[in-house]
Design a protein around this ligand. Sequence first.
Ligand code: PMP
Length: 425
Amino acid sequence: MDVLGVPGQINLDYAASAPCVRAAADAVSALLPWYASVHRGAGALSRRCTLAYEQARQTVADFVGARADDHVVFTRNTTDALNLLARAVPAGTTVVTFAGEHHANLLPWPVGTVRLPVPSGPAQAVRALDAALTELRRSTTPRPTAGPAAVGRETVGPKAAAEGPAAGRPVLVAVTGASNVTGEVWPVAELARVARRHGARIVVDAAQLAPHAPVDLAALDVDYLALSGHKLYAPFGTGVLVGRADWLDAAPPYLAGGGATEHVGAATHDVRWTTGPARHEAGTPNLLGAVALAAVCAAFDAADRGALHDREQALLARLRSGLAALPHVVELHTFGPDVPRVGIVSFVVAGRDSASVAADLARDHAIGVRDGLFCAHPLARRLLAEAAARSGRRDLPPTAVRASLGLGSTPEQVDRLLAALATLA
Ligand code: PMP
């Protein structure tokens, strides 16, 4: 896949926003002469745009392994998608998440959300979720009053998921697929199994996983998935929420307005909202964004994902072993050094402010990285404290630097970063 870029600039900030691939740019260019309204016009141009938009929806559905009856709702990005789901959960839903999440998967959830501590490893994450859901079920299941039928039911499968651990009290588990701070891959399939066993649903924040690894909603038995086009080599402004139709069809529309209704009468309350993705997509949609995202999905589907994975892992290993060889650099990790990761590494340079490290890399070496706490403040702060304890150093800064890799990254770029960091000792 051909990545667009600026000669001379080394972009190692794919986790923030990936550069555009040519397939996306070409898809947009091809549609520009046909530019017309979606779902709103009878003309040939408009009909073609409507078709392109709905085909894009189907391509994205296939890309994430959506089930036939799942909805694919186009949103602005992952944040928007998770906020949409947060508004769509039935009243009384308990959300269970981990403190290691990106703010987009930490902050939208309703009052009463259970925030589990950052786990020490994938297996511990699974155990912690199991324990939390067991406790939740114990505390929400009515005490038996009328014989065995009233005792807490073991509920399995999608129907059970619709019912939750106690009828009327649904539970939604919200986890990341891969951390935007450490690149560590979370045990999504195992967490989904635990959720299912307890009759809970699960949403995966795939913002960082999808650009690096195939995601198959149905195979993972995950209920909902959110991702951002701009992290997936498409332009800004498009994301998706994919998943089970029932909550989405029953929820109030995320946006109220044209395109989301079946009937609007004269009285203010006389509105019948449509069902399906359109219920949450009021207003003229971002056709070019959807088409660009679908073009990237199609390009990934046509690519050798195994080869892309191997290439990225080789770059990641080169980067991590290079960082480990620099005595003044300390890497951050949650699960330990040896769990599966995508191409994201956060680290600190001892004795150096991270913002100044990033600024020096940009100014003196034309290398773009990110610094800060990466919109995952609870996790980043904790990992920085652990890094200080592990390394025994007292001169570590309070924020970190993040380098992230993608399709356009090369061994030379990694080496340039390592060489630049070596000069900061
Ligand atoms: N989740 C994760 C794991 C992320 O890395 C990000 C972006 N940094 C988001 C959610 C939010 O994505 P967006 O800004 O595109 O909404």
